[in-house]
Write a protein that binds this ligand. Structure first.
Ligand SMILES: [Zn+2]
Ligand SMILES: [Zn+2]
Ligand SMILES: [Zn+2]
Length: 119
């Protein structure tokens, strides 16, 4: 049990060093520099537990899963012609919180259209 707690503290400490989004591999690399005994499977299990507890949020980004403990929204503009994906930094998502009566944890928005290059 003690080892599990130490592992948890180590992984949690590394998560807080990310200022923005990160993926499981990036976290694994950081953690392995400190403790080689933690495998990638443990990292994934840990991340899933944190998501369930609402301590971190997960987003789908270009078919990959990203995580964040600070960011609560992730927005893409996807061009229908060239497929380019742009990240949009949304600051005001209050309208969603007003319109959705459920308890919102985090927000992911994919907006589709035609980019400046293609139009
Ligand atoms: Zn969330
Ligand atoms: Zn993204
Ligand atoms: Zn385009």
């Amino acid at each position: 049990m003690k080892r599990a707690t130490q592992q948890k503290q180590l992984i949690m400490g590394e998560i807080t060093t990310f200022n923005s989004f990160f993926n499981a591999e990036e976290l694994y690399h950081k953690v392995s520099k400190k403790n080689l005994k933690i495998g990638i499977a443990t990292i994934y299990r840990f991340l899933n537990d944190l998501i369930k507890n609402g301590e971190i949020h997960s987003f789908q980004c270009n078919r990959r899963t990203l995580y964040s403990n600070s960011k609560k929204n992730h927005c893409h503009f996807i061009c229908e012609r060239c497929g380019e994906i742009k990240h949009i930094g949304l600051t005001k998502v209050d309208f969603l919180y007003q319109q959705i009566k459920e308890e919102i944890c985090h927000v992911q928005i994919d907006v589709t259209g035609i980019c400046k290059k293609c139009s």
